[in-house]
Design a protein around this ligand. Structure first.
Ligand SMILES: Nc1ncnc2c1ncn2[C@@H]1O[C@H](COP(=O)(O)OP(=O)(O)OP(=O)(O)O)[C@@H](O)[C@H]1O
Length: 276
């Protein structure tokens, strides 16, 4: 899969591709290289480089304001909408620079889906919420849409709960169900990366457990990056953890190692709750 240029056809330019395998023979899905982010004069991210491995869950942790959401939003160019945003460095998806001028941002966002902190279904039926992304792509085939809606609801482990109510208003669902609906809506356009910005912080413990189970299951097919304030959650579901502090990368590595034997005192102090 590749990020296509906005133009298609013989004249379309292709973004240069880099090798994607590291020294441990792991394939990385995303690479961030020497990233600085600014909001106006304020520098929110300082020279961060990191790789995200295919079919893994990477958790971003750190105190409020350390830059977790800013960093996550770089991966699907959501910061582009923010006044005063600028950046240095490169973000590569499958070896291709997603900030290259030839990249079609709409196409990119089909590949890199995002789920937000607060469930944000549209004021439409359950069915239409999941079908939305397909409809805006101009897909008209009813059978195809129906099949994709059912498949996505099943993947998001919501189908059994709503299968007799697909015409019901999505806003009538519980918060936890709405969040799984938002996941189904994201999955319906077949992304390969899922970004999640505190997806369970507005949910009760039972809904949280369901979403965590779902995220762990989705890892088989997707590469997942999740921002969380919940240390236990990061420990439970992630393979790798990124610890940020004041816009800088303090430590990045295997979650078990970060949580049991981190390299840096600052990481130790944070995960044991000595500051936050
Ligand atoms: N739109 C914006 N305009 C100006 N500054 C911003 C903007 N968004 C974030 N910032 C600043 O950038 C820094 C990083 O913010 P960011 O929201 O990425 O941190 P965070 O770690 O996700 O925080 P939280 O855990 O509280 O959500 C903060 O100092 C914040 O005030």
């Amino acid at each position: 899969m590749e990020v296509k240029s906005e133009a298609s056809g013989p004249k379309a330019t292709r973004v240069k591709t880099e090798p994607r395998v590291n020294s441990e023979n792991q394939t990385y899905k995303l690479r961030a290289k020497n990233i600085d982010v600014f909001y106006g004069d304020f520098q929110a991210i300082h020279d961060i480089s990191l790789d995200i491995i295919d079919n893994s869950i990477t958790a971003f942790i750190g105190p409020s304001g350390c830059g977790k959401s800013t960093f996550l939003r770089l991966f699907n160019r959501m910061n582009d909408y923010i006044d005063g945003f600028s950046m240095n460095g490169q973000i590569l998806l499958e070896g291709q620079d997603i900030y290259d001028p030839s990249v079609n941002v709409e196409e990119l966002r089909k590949k890199i889906g995002m789920v937000f902190q607060k469930p944000n279904p549209f004021p439409k039926s359950i069915f239409e919420n999941v079908a939305y992304g397909l409809r805006i792509q101009g897909i008209k085939d009813k059978d195809f849409i129906e099949q994709r809606v059912v498949e996505s609801l099943k993947q998001a482990t919501l189908f059994e709960e709503v299968k007799d109510d697909l015409d019901k208003q999505a806003l009538a669902l519980s918060g936890g169900q709405q969040q799984r609906l938002c996941m189904a809506r994201t999955l319906a356009v077949k992304p390969s990366v899922l970004l999640m910005d505190e997806p369970t912080s507005a949910l009760d413990p039972i809904s949280t457990a369901k979403i965590e189970e779902l995220i762990t299951e989705l890892k088989k097919k997707y590469t997942i990056a999740i921002v969380t304030h919940n240390m236990q959650q990061a420990g439970r579901i992630s393979d790798n953890t990124v610890f940020l502090y004041m816009g800088k990368l303090v430590e990045y590595g295997d979650t078990q190692k970060i949580f049991t034997n981190p390299e840096k005192d600052r990481t130790q102090n944070y995960i044991t709750g000595r500051f936050g």
